[in-house]
Design a protein. Structure first.
Length: 514
């Protein structure tokens, strides 16, 4: 009961931190705490980036604690593990499972997956985000659970609105939450999580025991923990502990067990009717079963990771920068950004205007789920810098608002064939009025005043693209040409070196443009 209480409280904490990741930002607790606690993300990202990611130092502490306590993270802390426990218990149930719980099915697969991920990282491609449970569950919470919660709350508000108006509660009657939009990514993430949950039809926590690379990493550190399972001589070997073990960690003789598979849940303790099972320090513990990996399979998984890294390295998509690849201000240079971003979706969730969207495959697999700006949805608000504050790895630098202003995203380009001024000789000042930097100016061409863009004044915020009244694709778009992306150093100094004038326009801006 204590373990379940801890699990549910930490799951609620995880979801609460997802909720806190919004504007205005009040960091009562580090919203990326679970991501920083994940050692797999820290190790794979550091290897790929060739630099120690300081923001993920909590993962090192977790590994040290795992040496002492075993895989307690999987049994108590991991929110995805708790989610799978709930799914196994309430959606699947014992009667629908296809295999006996104690049967070791695919126990070593997760180690081969881990080795492939680390091999790819050696070539500069961190693929941990594809199967890391914390990154995966953060995406699921951001792209599925949060929009669903907002939708449900708005439905309740709509139903209660007449009552609120009748009672004179006009503040509540006019309240409505902004519905976040994440294109088709949410559905794809939902399908992935649904498939993982459905694996519970085979065995309880099948993902944790057979596929999770984070579980494999923790299992390597939990081979001989200080606290181990102890079985007294009074054991009558009735098999209850083996049947109840959620990860099949107990051997057929019921005395020995595999600490690398044990998640320290201690479910085997209360089911023993003779009170013969306990967890105690070193002396008197059960004999531990070592992890046995096939040499050929291990070499094969390493080779698979290296091949994946090689093909990602030579992919032509690494050299293609389409309009869809606009990165948030403060993003590291593209190669380093791809190495460091763990695709958690924290920045997308925090975005004030919903302009940050997860990439799909328009720039290749290496860009999958990375954040991009879609300025037709909304601009990059110049009074918001949350994306850098919530990024757990520094893929987006934490810039103050003054520095962010000079982190040029790109340049605005007028598509003359779509612009009503150029194409239809009509009068339109929308982009000029929307621009906070007075980067739009007019010149007389063929007897008509036509808009132009002063690239030295354009920050690439996308206010013009959002505001453009043309139906469909905007007549003025932001492209990444001229962007400023620095791994270190001052954006203000770099903008000055390029002779950029990125000062917000004053009240006289409109008159100056006429």
């Amino acid at each position: 009961m204590l373990r379940k209480t801890i699990q549910y409280l930490l799951l609620l904490l995880f979801l609460f931190l997802i909720y806190l990741t919004h504007y205005p930002f009040r960091e009562v607790f580090p919203v990326d705490a679970f991501l920083r606690l994940d050692p797999l993300l820290g190790i794979a990202t550091s290897i790929a980036h060739r630099t120690l990611i300081g923001g993920l130092w909590l993962g090192a502490i977790l590994l040290i604690l795992t040496l002492l306590l075993g895989r307690f993270f999987c049994g108590y802390i991991c929110p995805f593990g708790t989610f799978l426990d709930l799914s196994d218990r309430y959606l699947i149930g014992k009667k629908r499972r296809k295999a006996a719980n104690e049967k070791p099915l695919g126990r070593t697969w997760k180690y081969y997956i881990l080795s492939a991920i680390l091999a790819a990282a050696v070539l500069g491609h961190s693929l941990a985000y594809l199967m890391d449970p914390i990154s995966l569950f953060t995406r699921f919470s951001t792209y599925d659970l949060w929009p669903l919660a907002v939708y449900a709350i708005n439905l309740l508000l709509d139903a209660f609105r007449p009552v609120a108006e009748a009672l004179g509660w006009m503040g509540l009657a006019r309240t409505e939450l902004n519905q976040p939009l994440f294109s088709g990514t949410g559905f794809a993430i939902f399908l992935i999580v649904a498939v993982i949950a459905a694996l519970g039809l085979i065995q309880t926590r099948f993902w944790c025991r057979s596929l999770c690379p984070l579980g494999a990493l923790l299992g390597l550190f939990a081979r001989r923990p200080v606290f181990r399972r102890k079985v007294l001589d009074t054991c009558d070997f009735d098999g209850r502990c083996r049947r109840e073990c959620p990860t099949g960690a107990i051997a057929s003789d019921e005395r020995n067990y595999s600490p690398s598979e044990c998640i320290a849940c201690q479910q085997c303790v209360p089911v023993c009717h003779l009170n013969a099972v306990s967890f105690k320090p070193l002396t008197g513990g059960s004999q531990t079963i070592p992890v046995e990996l096939g040499r050929r399979k291990l070499l094969g998984s390493l080779a698979a990771g290296l091949v994946a890294g090689f093909f990602l390295e030579i992919s032509p998509f690494r050299r293609i920068r389409a309009d869809a690849a606009l990165r948030p201000p403060g993003a590291l240079p593209e190669p380093r950004f791809l190495e460091t971003c763990v695709r958690c979706g924290q920045c997308v969730k925090a975005c004030l205007t919903n302009t940050l969207q997860p990439s799909v495959l328009e720039n290749g697999l290496s860009s999958l789920w990375t954040p991009k700006l879609v300025n037709r949805i909304g601009p990059c608000d110049q009074n918001c810098n949350l994306c850098g504050q919530v990024c757990p790895t520094g893929a987006i630098r934490d810039l103050d608002l003054e520095e962010k202003r000079y982190a040029k995203i790109g340049n605005a380009v007028i598509l003359k064939e779509r612009c009503v001024v150029w194409e239809q000789d009509r009068i339109c000042l929308i982009c000029d009025e929307a621009c906070p930097y007075n980067a739009i100016y007019f010149k007389t061409v063929d007897g008509f005043r036509r808009p132009f863009v002063n690239e030295n004044k354009c920050n690439g915020c996308g206010q013009c693209e959002t505001a453009c009244p043309v139906t469909g694709r905007s007549a003025i778009v932001i492209i990444p040409n001229g962007e400023i992306r620095l791994s270190e150093g001052s954006y203000i100094e770099e903008a000055a070196r390029r002779d950029l004038i990125l000062h917000p326009a004053g009240p006289e801006a409109y008159e100056d443009s006429l």
